[in-house]
Design a binder for this molecule. Structure first.
Ligand code: GDP
Length: 232
């Protein structure tokens, strides 16, 4: 088998592992409003960040195929919390509060920033932050503080473009190129940009696969290559 075929086979195997991972048990663990309440580091953590309305809840729902799950993060009182979800036995997904509310009081923004900085600092279990960016708008000024914070804290992050279904033909390549150049000099940014839509499921298998790969790398476990289908 040549290299390209080998890579494609491995990618397909991770996507299958990812599909199984997210099809298994996914539960809400806890919401955290204060640093002292953070659960102990355990297993592998990933976090989802993004401006409010970017489509974060929809993405978590689409990833897990469970509608009620991410609704938790939208319930009153929980929107400013870090919400922890357990995916299978080894992975925790942390939904970070949406940022960029135009009318948010300064004190609230400060408290939010403090909590996130405290969370990111020294959280060695945190393998990657997925930063969601609306594909229609690209990276905006409101996204820069989180990217700066991640670069400064040396926390690996990857850009996930949401609502790709809203792009007209021809816009996709332009947006991808623009985002790629915006992150090129950012030291903690993963160079690959994921293009997704919760509405059409575009990019979801790839995102699940990327998470499964990360989990395997972090836990040192071998990928589970799906058993061959036997046709009669
Ligand atoms: P959150 O505030 O980041 O959690 O965003 P939501 O998931 O609540 O979504 C905000 C709005 O964007 C809602 O009106 C969704 O219906 C819409 N939305 C979310 N995902 C998509 C998508 O993939 N495509 C389109 N066209 N709209 C989406």
């Amino acid at each position: 088998m040549n290299d390209a075929a080998e890579t494609a086979k491995e990618t397909a195997a991770f996507e299958e592992t990812g599909r199984r991972l997210f099809a298994g048990p996914c539960t809400f663990v806890m919401g955290v409003a204060k640093f002292e309440q953070l659960p102990p580091m355990q297993g592998v953590e990933i976090a989802m960040a993004g401006r409010s309305n970017v489509g974060k809840s929809s993405l978590v729902n689409a990833l897990t195929g469970r509608r009620a799950l991410a609704r938790v993060s939208h319930t009153p009182g929980r929107t400013q919390e870090l919400n922890f979800f357990r995916i299978g036995d080894a992975l925790t997904l942390v939904d970070l509060p949406g940022y960029g509310f135009a009318q948010a009081p300064e004190a609230k923004v400060k408290a939010w920033t403090r909590l996130i900085v405290d969370f990111l600092r020294g959280r060695t279990s945190l393998a990657r932050v997925y930063v969601l960016i609306d594909a229609r708008h690209g990276i905006k000024g409101t996204d820069k503080p989180i990217l700066d914070m991640l670069d400064r804290s040396a926390v690996s992050y990857q850009i996930v473009l949401t609502k790709a279904d809203e792009l007209k033909s021809g816009q996709t390549e332009t947006r991808l190129a623009e985002v790629a150049s915006a992150i090129a000099r950012r030291p903690a940014a993963h160079p690959d940009i994921l293009l997704t839509s919760s509405r059409t499921d575009q990019g979801m298998p790839q995102l699940r696969g990327a998470i499964a790969r990360l989990l395997a790398e972090r836990t040192g476990s071998n990928i589970q290559v799906p058993a061959p289908t036997i046709s009669h």
